[in-house]
Design a protein around this ligand. Structure first.
Ligand code: CA
Ligand code: CA
Ligand code: CA
Ligand code: CA
Length: 358
């Protein structure tokens, strides 16, 4: 849901390796502004990735990840604080796993927890008022029209669709109830009894591929790469902790450009490994998103978006890679990627698409 807080920038830019910021480029800008990659570093760290393999045999959606498919699937990296580098390590460990078949994306998660607690019982109440586990999915990676599913330890769901992120005025549609979803929780401990010490709770979800598309496109197929992220809200005290697979860089999960990359392999889990495939040229993508964050600041400070020459922190070399049309309230950044025969386009609403090169 809507948890947005702005962090000060600039404290975390030290001692970093910055593509394109080497040597004189740091001062390449006429005003001597810091390199755009340096200034927005915390929003530009390359996200983590995961290759999901096909299941072997059916999964029983009972919350237990004891099927051989789950045992063979690798854990994600342990979750980290949503704000990223420089913030405290989560107190309790969380990891997730993914699998797929022709009909479902499967998500499993294990949440270490000494006091398993869940009070909410109604679907589509604000589940993160309890401790919860959250899934965010943007199958076509365009940064708009994405899905959010939250669940507490009572297996009560909060599921919604968003047309675009809140940072660009997005709306959420709580009326969306993920059609055909199966979800279950396993508890190693006792629920709502704080007198003992629990071990963990685990989440097992089967999310139908047909629930995750707005068209007739089958996006759940081998070779495709989606954007996905997981979050765990933990109420140790107020405000809540937000522990996530991929740090977004600030307390805002609604930054689909900051989510992880999920690639689907045609191989059965536990057999031959498939190399990760990113769906775009990562250097160009990074440059375009750096410009997006710089434009947000520029608009806040100047009441209008910048032209390419006005945008601080771009080197001459960077400016050669992109073009930008900007008005007071809109802009569109374009970059040719000859290797793909495509033009990448990113606009002021964070909508990303690829067009065929004319
Ligand atoms: Ca199971
Ligand atoms: Ca989308
Ligand atoms: Ca719903
Ligand atoms: Ca307990």
């Amino acid at each position: 849901m809507k948890r947005i807080e702005t962090l000060g920038l600039g404290l975390f830019c030290m001692a970093s390796v910055l593509t394109g910021c080497a040597g004189g480029e740091k001062q390449a800008n006429a005003e001597g502004a810091p390199c755009i990659f340096e200034k927005y570093e915390r929003y530009l760290v390359q996200p983590r990735s995961y290759v999901a393999y096909r299941t072997e045999g059916a999964l029983k959606i009972d919350g237990k990840l004891d099927e051989s498919s789950w045992q063979k699937a690798k854990d994600t990296e342990a979750f980290e604080d949503i704000s990223g580098a420089g913030f405290a390590e989560p107190k309790y460990k969380t990891t997730a796993k993914m699998l797929w078949d022709d009909d479902y994306l499967y998500v499993g998660a294990v949440l270490e927890e000494p006091n398993i607690d869940a009070k909410l019982t109604q679907r589509d109440t604000i589940i993160y008022y309890d401790n919860d586990f959250e899934v965010f999915i943007d199958p076509d990676s365009d940064g708009h029209n994405y899905f959010e599913i939250e669940v507490n330890a009572k297996n009560v769901l909060f599921d919604l669709m968003l047309d675009k992120p809140y940072r660009v005025g997005g709306d959420f549609f709580l009326q969306w109830d993920c059609p055909g979803i199966q979800s279950a929780i396993y508890i190693d401990g006792t629920l709502n009894n704080p007198k003992d010490t629990d071990k963990m709770w685990s989440v097992e979800m089967a999310i139908p591929r047909q629930a995750l598309t707005l068209s007739f496109n089958n996006l759940l197929k081998a070779g495709n790469t989606w954007r996905i992220n997981f979050s765990r809200v933990e109420w140790l005290k107020k405000p809540e902790e937000n522990w996530v697979w991929n740090a977004t860089g600030r307390i805002d999960m609604h930054m689909p450009d900051r989510w992880g990359y999920l690639h689907f392999s045609d191989n059965k889990v536990g057999t031959e490994e498939t190399a990760m495939v990113y769906p775009h040229d990562m250097d160009i993508y990074k440059l375009m998103w750096a410009m997006f964050y710089a434009q947000q600041d520029y608009k806040n400070e100047n009441g209008k978006f910048a032209s390419l020459n006005e945008l601080p922190g771009l080197s001459a070399e960077m400016k050669q890679k992109v073009s930008m049309e900007a008005t007071t309230n809109t802009y569109e950044i374009c970059a040719e990627v000859p290797a793909e025969g495509k033009v990448y386009v990113l606009n002021n609403e964070g909508y990303f698409k690829k067009e065929d090169k004319k």
